[in-house]
Write a protein of this length. Sequence first.
Length: 291
Amino acid sequence: MTAWLMTALLALGAAPGESAVTAGPPEQVATGFTFTEGPLWLGKEGLIFSDIPADTMFRLDKSAFRKPSHWSNGLTLDREGRLIACETTTRRITRTEKDEAITVIADSFEGHKLNGPNDVVVRSDGTIFFTDPPYGLPKRLQDPSAELDFCGVFAVKPGEAVRALVKDLETPNGLAFSPDEKILYVSDTERKHIRAFDVVADGTLSNSREIYTLPVPDGMKVDPAGRIWCSAKDGIHVIGTDGKLIERIDIAEASNCAFGGEDAKALYVTAGPSIFKVRLKNAGVLPGPKR
C-alpha cells in the first residue's frame, strides 16, 4: 500500500487493509441480460435499468418495466419524480408524465438531429444536461444519417431551446454534478479520461480540465462528500475531490452505476449481462424530488 493511499484511508476513518467506502464485496443480483446500462432507483418500485439491445427497461426480477424502450440508455428522475430517458434509436431525450404520456424534451440542435443521447442528469433548477456521443450511429459521425459534425454536452430547460455547452469531446458519456452543482464532470470514453468544468449560473461551462484517467470510462455518480464513482472496464473507480483514486471496486466491464436502497447505502452496477450490488458505508444521492 502506498503512503498516500494509507493516508487517504486513515483520513476517511478506515484502517489499513479496510475499505474506506464499501461495507462488503460486490454481489451479483441479476444476470442473463444482453447489455445493461442506465440503472435507476425508483423507491418502492426498486431498481430499473436499460437492456439496450433487448429494447427494454427491466426490473431486477426480469419483468419488463417498459418495452419498447427505443434502446434506452441513461435514465434519471426530474425534480417532480418523472422519468427522463436517453433513447438511442429515436435519438432523443424524453420525459414520462404522470399519466404515462411521453413528452419529447430534446431531439435536435439548431434544426439538426442529435447523434443519440447517452446519459443525463437534472440540475436542481430543472435544467437537463445530457451527453450525445456517436454510438447511436452505425458509422459514427461518418454515417449518412449524422446531422451534427460534433459530439457534445447539451443543456435544455423543458420548453426552451437546446444549448450546446461543449463541442470538443470525442465521445462524451457519463456525467454528474458536484454536490454544490458548481462543477460538472464528464467522462470521454475514447480519450479515457474524466474532465471537469466550472458551471456558471446560466449553465455555461468554463475552465475545462482533465482530472483523472482510467480505462474505458462510462457512467458516473457523485456522492454527498464529492467523491466521483465512475464505471470503467476494470470496475468502479472511487475518486476523491483531489483527483486521486480512493478505491477500485472490482467489477469487470462496468458500464454505469447508481445509488439505491431505502437508505441509499447501496451501489447498483450494470456490467454486460449482469447487475451487481455493493453495500456502502455512507449514503449516496438519490435523484428526483428532494428528500
